[in-house]
Design a binder for this molecule. Structure first.
Ligand code: ZN
Length: 168
């Protein structure tokens, strides 16, 4: 497997509607392996095929409790709400404040084409929604309620920490 180059904001691949994966072959296996390698190398929790310039509906997600490979994923149920900041490997230097469902059920195919269902909650649900947005040409710039630079975000975290300390 190999580490691929992550395309950054401004690249056309991030604005396109991705096509379904229709061939479950060696090439897909290589793509999924490379997506995982590239995500881990970059220290991310998810990566979508268009982020390496491949306009196909495939993503990988790992928030620390195992790798999910989702091919042709579709959200079939959504529940609740959560609002938090999230970063994107294709949008370095900024974070976006996003409201996402608290829980999602996703139907997808695995690398062999077998259909399965996974229910994700909390951070995993957030990561899955973020990656699925990429398949429809959306980044945090299109979907976030608010975009902060990393510097502004660090300052905000610092203020929150101070506020917590004051309360002790
Ligand atoms: Zn992203």
């Amino acid at each position: 497997m190999a580490i691929r180059k992550i395309v950054k904001r401004g690249n056309d691949a991030l604005k396109k509607q991705c096509r379904p994966v229709d061939a479950f072959n060696k090439r897909l296996e290589t793509l999924l392996g490379d997506l995982a390698d590239t995500m881990y190398d970059a220290g991310g929790v998810g990566l979508a095929a268009p982020q390496v310039g491949i306009l196909r509906r495939a993503v990988v997600v790992d928030v620390g409790d195992g790798l999910y490979e989702l091919v042709n994923p579709v959200i079939t149920e959504r529940d609740g709400e959560q609002t938090d900041f999230e970063g994107c490997l294709s949008c370095p230097g900024v974070v976006g404040m996003e409201t996402r469902p608290y829980r999602v059920t996703v139907q997808a195919q695995d690398r062999a084409g077998e259909t399965f269902t996974v229910t994700a909650e909390g951070y995993l649900a957030r990561a899955v929604c973020h990656e699925l947005d990429h398949l429809d040409g959306r980044t945090i710039y299109e979907s976030a309620e608010r975009i902060l630079t990393q510097e502004e975000f660090d300052k905000l975290l610092e203020q929150q920490k101070d506020a917590e300390t004051d309360g002790e």
